[in-house]
Design a binder for this molecule. Structure first.
Ligand SMILES: Cc1ncc(COP(=O)(O)O)c(C=O)c1O
Length: 396
């Protein structure tokens, strides 16, 4: 019997992996989900629901499984999916979008963002990222050969200093990434803030790459303003979003890029060589989601508003200090008073002893911030009650 080679033994020399990969780690968010599963904890780390998508979608998926299509769709998106997406996004964005020239359908907003950055940037370019940020943006920027410039968003309302942003633009960035509504801060950018970004982007001829996966999860009185719909901004905006959060189908991996035809023409190439295309039967089934009436989006907002109230009430009952999100479904909680070390140490203790998984806040900040953790509330009422009860033990 032959013995298995010990591939870790230093006797074998091995080529070096890419230097680019030394500039970021594996996703801390996805890591926390694995840790949560290992400890049997309630997983309030990675943002995905523990409830089913709408019944009509399940039926449409069953139908697609039986009747297809089961082979590759058109790489930039199945025609029926793009037509339905154009109808829905034109309605919400207030723009006359053309299904054949303004869209690339991708594997989630995750791929859409990578496509957008690779479409916009050359090696050595700079990209403005607001901090705190969704952790993918740094990896996406580096993988596209570009270099991040960070601009802080300051609590409690996570606003930016226009002078600081102007100084970042003075470094001639090729693009700015705008996550709106924002993960992890829950910030919803006001029209005035967006107009300030727009003016600078215009002055410095910069792309604005938006990630709007939480476009329909916004709490009154906040409202979502699509950057691409601001006067004169469509030509320089690469809008990315997905169906993951809006229809509770994070596992279907359906997202999209919206942009002017000249940008889409280039973005299609990046997408085609990265993934060929998003799942054909699921695009077919998701037409049902995109054709849902406006009532669906009103109900979604009502459901998430109730979840936010319920969860924040639990945080209040547990005596925790947090910032109230205006959009998305995350809360940043201050852990300083517990004296349990850094946010990473606190999260390890929390998942082990309290059986609730959170994400250490430091994975979202450029600055040395180690006193925040991120929890999410896209969970069933029972799950939120159970998590709330466990969090109350923090003080006992
Ligand atoms: C801001 C943001 N963008 C993108 C994603 C991932 O989206 P998708 O499932 O469409 O790839 C997430 C998931 O949590 C997110 O919070």
């Amino acid at each position: 019997m032959g013995r298995l080679a010990d591939f870790s033994a230093p006797i074998f020399s091995m080529p070096q992996t890419s230097q680019r990969l030394h500039h970021f780690t594996e996703s801390v968010i996805r890591h926390m989900t694995r840790v949560a599963n290992a400890h049997g904890a309630i997983n309030l780390s990675q943002g995905f629901p523990d409830f089913d998508p709408p019944e009509q979608l399940l039926q449409a998926a069953e139908h697609a499984a039986r009747h297809g299509p089961h082979q590759y769709a058109v790489t930039w998106g199945a025609p029926r999916f793009r037509a339905a997406l154009a109808r829905k996004q034109s309605r919400f964005m207030g723009l006359p979008l053309d299904p054949d020239n303004n869209f690339v359908v991708t594997c989630g907003s995750t791929e859409a963002m990578m496509v957008a950055l690779m479409t916009a940037c050359d090696p050595g370019d700079k990209v403005i990222i607001f901090s705190p940020f969704y952790e993918n943006y740094v990896a996406d920027t580096i993988l596209s050969g570009a270099e991040p410039i960070y601009v802080p968003l300051r609590p409690p309302d996570f606003s930016f200093d226009p002078a600081e942003l102007r100084r970042a633009f003075a470094q001639k960035p090729k693009a700015l990434i705008l996550c709106n509504p924002a993960n992890p801060s829950g910030k919803v950018f006001t029209r005035d803030e967006l107009l300030c970004i727009a003016q600078l982007a215009e002055e410095h001829d910069t792309f604005v790459i938006t990630d709007e996966v939480y476009e329909h999860i916004v709490y009154a009185p906040a409202t979502h303003v699509y950057f691409a719909a601001l006067p004169g901004m469509f030509a320089r905006t690469i809008s990315c979003s997905s169906l993951s959060k809006t229809y509770s189908i994070t596992g279907w991996r359906l997202g999209y890029v919206i942009a002017a035809p000249a940008i889409i023409h280039q973005a299609r190439k990046v997408h085609d060589f990265l993934t060929v295309g998003a799942a054909a039967p699921l695009q077919e089934a998701a037409v049902t989601a995109l054709d849902l009436p406006d009532r669906y989006y009103d109900e979604l907002r009502t459901i998430y508003t109730a979840k936010r109230t319920l969860f924040l009430d639990h945080l209040d009952a547990a005596g925790l200090t947090y910032t109230r999100p205006a959009g998305a479904y995350y809360v940043m909680v201050d852990i300083r008073e517990f004296n349990r070390g850094t946010d990473v140490e606190f999260c390890e203790w929390l998942v082990r002893e309290i059986k609730v998984a959170a994400v250490p806040g430091s994975s979202f900040f450029r600055e040395p911030v180690h006193h925040l953790i991120r929890l999410h509330f896209a969970k069933r009422t029972e799950t939120l009650h159970a998590a709330g009860e466990r969090l109350r033990k923090l003080r006992s």
